[in-house]
Design a protein around this ligand. Structure first.
Ligand code: GRG
Length: 291
């Protein structure tokens, strides 16, 4: 059921990004950009945005720009993550990574162009939400992506390799590297729903917990998952000496921690009753997924 929803949402978002790029002037970077962002990837962040939109009965059309922008930032981060100077991976989404296909320089530039495209998509004049909301969304997307978010988390992830780091240092790093973009996803829906500052921050921190759960599941799959289903290399974390919760406390205890985190997330969305069913199913999928 969740798999079907993911496929449907991915089609919508791919179409949106494709149209957006086709309406811009052409450049040689469009091909590697499309390669990196369209036709591939679960688009789980978009699905979470659309699931949370249901809490507040938001018209899906109002959320598509946010979904597309998030997928651009996410794919950008993966293109750069795969570069030889970062995690040096040659397989992504079952295909050669962008730098393997187009060369390093084009991959760096296509990634950077996806980053800026995200902000073009939100600030587009055809995106008809109040300008105050646009500003708030742009500010949050920028801070969740930069040194206080994904980029900062990635820096810690690389610096923690082959170092003895404690539980809270690893959780903090993973909350930045992966959690911050999920924080943005829920915060932005709160902005569109015109929620109070308190509610928006509550949503943001719930998003961060969902992102942490997603990262823990990613670590479990690195250890026990299939390269074929994941479309990327496995068993890299221990080879690279990555600081993960599994490497610190072992698989069983790490899985127990993740199960408790999942329960905590489900408790927090209970107040939305049936309107939270879609998100609850996506949360279950996150921990049990095979891809
Ligand atoms: C974004 C400003 C900015 C900088 C980039 C390279 C980098 C800094 C960050 C990399 C962060 C990273 C690789 C986090 C891991 C997150 C993660 C679990 C990715 C896998 O996500 P999926 O499974 O991928 O959703 P698909 O392929 O399904 O889209």
């Amino acid at each position: 059921m969740v798999k079907r929803k993911l496929i449907l949402n991915a089609k919508k978002i791919d179409k949106f990004i494709n149209n957006f790029l086709n309406n811009q002037k052409r450049s040689l970077l469009v091909q590697p950009m499309k390669y990196g962002v369209i036709s591939g990837g679960k688009k789980i962040r978009s699905t979470i945005i659309l699931d949370v939109g249901k809490f507040f009965k938001i018209n899906e059309k109002k959320l598509l720009n946010i979904c597309a922008a998030v997928e651009c930032i996410h794919s950008y981060s993966l293109i750069h993550d795969d570069l030889p100077c970062m995690d040096n991976d040659s397989l992504r989404r079952g295909k050669p990574s962008t730098h393997k296909k187009f060369g390093e320089a084009s991959a760096v530039l296509a990634g950077s162009s996806l980053l800026t495209l995200a902000f073009e998509i939100i600030s587009d004049k055809k995106y008809s939400i109040h300008s105050k909301m646009k500003n708030e969304i742009i500010k949050s997307l920028a801070s969740c992506s930069g040194h206080t978010g994904i980029a900062g988390g990635q820096d810690l992830d690389l610096k923690f390799e082959n170092k003895k780091k404690n539980f809270s240092q690893i959780i903090n790093m993973q909350k930045k590297k992966t959690g911050k973009l999920f924080n943005f996803c829920l915060f932005a829906v709160g902005v569109i729903a015109n929620k109070s500052q308190k509610e928006k921050f509550f949503l943001g921190s719930l998003g961060e917990d969902i992102g942490l759960l997603f990262q823990l599941a990613d670590d479990f799959l690195d250890k026990k998952g299939s390269k074929k289903l994941l479309g990327k290399a496995v068993k890299k974390d221990s080879k690279k000496g990555k600081s993960t919760i599994i490497n610190l406390i072992g698989y069983e205890k790490a899985y127990l921690y993740a199960q408790n985190l999942k329960k905590k997330i489900l408790r927090k969305i209970k107040k939305h009753g049936k309107k939270a069913n879609d998100l609850a199913n996506t949360i279950d999928f996150i921990l049990e997924r095979k891809f």
